[in-house]
Design a protein around this ligand. Structure first.
Ligand SMILES: *Cc1c(COP(=O)(O)O)cnc(C)c1O
Length: 432
């Protein structure tokens, strides 16, 4: 399998090279040259998530030296529970928050790290993994690469726009992880990272790669938990599993969309956004118009220009077909608050603000008479957002042990202006 750029102006690469490159040299995102043909029967022998992932990703690794390690990569990286937790009739949460940093980003970050570690030759210079984060990505990437020889991680996050616990997590790793708190928005952080990745002169002295949701190494494994859930659902139900996904940069949703395109038994896919409405506006018929992001309670989705939209356009070149293929709905902070308050009583469990957007979209579908089977992707553990949730519900949210351990470590982040020259100086400094 070869990988080409969404912009069509870069040479095709094998998987290993595309993983290492991050962004394509023409500024586009890598996508597979063709979608493999899979059949549901191919998964008959696959009884856990790493096994499903290995089968699903086999054609994507075909012909690459990494192919021999695929099973081990899936076993090491994707050994995270992703249960379907029934919360109402025909309704389950797909819980994606049982990894080390309590958000779905752990799946992609660990998979990318497992691949890059195997691609590295022992004498290669240190590879800097750059990551712009609106909250959860940075911690997941830091955890995945922490103390891995030959790698350093540089995290950029919008100062004051991530939750206090998220900020603590980002700064608590130390060693080969540097946290930079940027005086700007997530979009500024993302633009700085993109610029560094396109800076050939800098890369000549400081090898760089990205761990953002543009990275193929994150996108590919994000298909696997949807595949696993849909196959599990199929064992007891005839109709396919419909899914609602809290969406920011579209990386998680794209995993589901690709899994459906590979003929896994996934039905309708609904995208839930917060007050950042670029996608709902596009799906309602206006031209795609990137905007500055606005800050919301579901901060990991505060994205004004979802980078993976390019991949969606590659998969659906015809805008009318694309618009017909999905539903997208925006949920404002008031509705997020109302859902957070009602969650425990209505569903027997507390959700995070991101998951609340998707639950709200499902509630609209239910109100419109849709009684089919749905899974709502639960993208983070509510304890990461205690400062939002606890004042609304009046009680404490239990902290899972992995998160509690991180919160006990000291935490430090360096300030950085939202200015490329400043980032460049910091990256070129020997001990960043
Ligand atoms: C990153 C994140 C999202 C958005 O995922 P995208 O892949 O950017 O669409 C949603 N919820 C949580 C908790 C996240 O960390």
């Amino acid at each position: 399998m070869n990988y080409v750029s969404t912009r069509g102006q870069a040479p095709a690469l094998g998987l290993g090279a595309a993983l290492a490159a991050g962004l394509a040299p023409d500024g586009g995102l890598y996508v597979p040259q063709a979608l493999p043909a899979l059949r549901i029967e191919d998964f008959d022998e696959c009884d856990d998530l790493p096994a499903v992932a290995t089968r699903l990703l086999r054609p994507f690794f075909d012909g690459d030296p990494l192919s021999d390690a695929l099973e081990a990569i899936c076993r090491d990286a994707l050994d995270i529970p992703a249960p379907l937790h029934a919360i109402a009739p025909n309704t389950a949460l797909l819980e994606l928050f049982h990894g080390p940093t309590a958000a779905f980003k752990d799946f992609g970050a660990r998979f990318l790290a497992a691949c890059l570690a195997r691609l590295r030759t022992p004498d290669a210079p240190t590879l800097s993994v750059l990551v712009a984060t609106s909250g959860d990505t940075g911690a997941a990437v830091a955890a995945a690469f922490h103390r891995r020889p030959g790698f350093r991680v540089v995290i950029l996050y919008p100062d004051g726009r991530v939750s206090p616990r998220q900020a603590h997590q980002l700064g608590c790793f130390g060693d080969n992880v540097t946290a930079l708190r940027v005086a700007g928005s997530f979009d500024d952080c993302q633009a700085l990272v993109k610029r560094a990745l396109n800076d050939a002169e800098l890369k000549a002295t400081t090898p760089l790669t990205s761990a953002n949701s543009i990275s193929l190494g994150r996108l590919l494994p994000q298909m696997s938990y949807y595949a696993h859930a849909a196959l599990a659902h199929r064992r007891t139900r005839a109709a396919p599993l419909n899914v609602v996904i809290p969406t920011g940069n579209l990386g998680n949703a794209l995993g589901c969309i690709l899994a459906r395109a590979l003929s896994l038994p996934i039905g309708d896919i609904a995208l839930a956004t917060n007050a950042n409405r670029v996608l709902p506006e596009f799906f309602a018929g206006t031209d795609y118009t990137a905007r500055a992001s606005v800050a919301t309670l579901a901060n990991a989705m505060d994205v004004g220009d979802p980078s993976n939209f390019e991949r969606l356009r590659w998969l659906y070149p015809d805008a009318a077909v694309l618009r017909a293929a999905f539903r997208a709905e925006s949920v404002d902070d008031d509705a997020i608050r109302a859902t957070l308050r009602a969650s425990r009583e209505r569903y027997g469990t507390q959700v995070c603000p991101h998951t609340a957007t998707a639950l709200r979209v499902l509630e609209h579908l239910r109100a419109g008479g849709d009684a089919r089977d749905y899974a709502v992707a639960a993208t983070a553990h509510p304890a990461k957002f205690d400062e939002v949730i606890e004042p609304l519900i009046g009680t404490a949210v239990d902290v899972p042990p992995a998160l509690a351990a991180l919160l006990l470590r000291p935490s430090h982040a360096e300030p950085l202006a939202a200015d490329y020259a400043a980032l460049r100086r910091r990256l070129a400094a020997p001990s960043a």
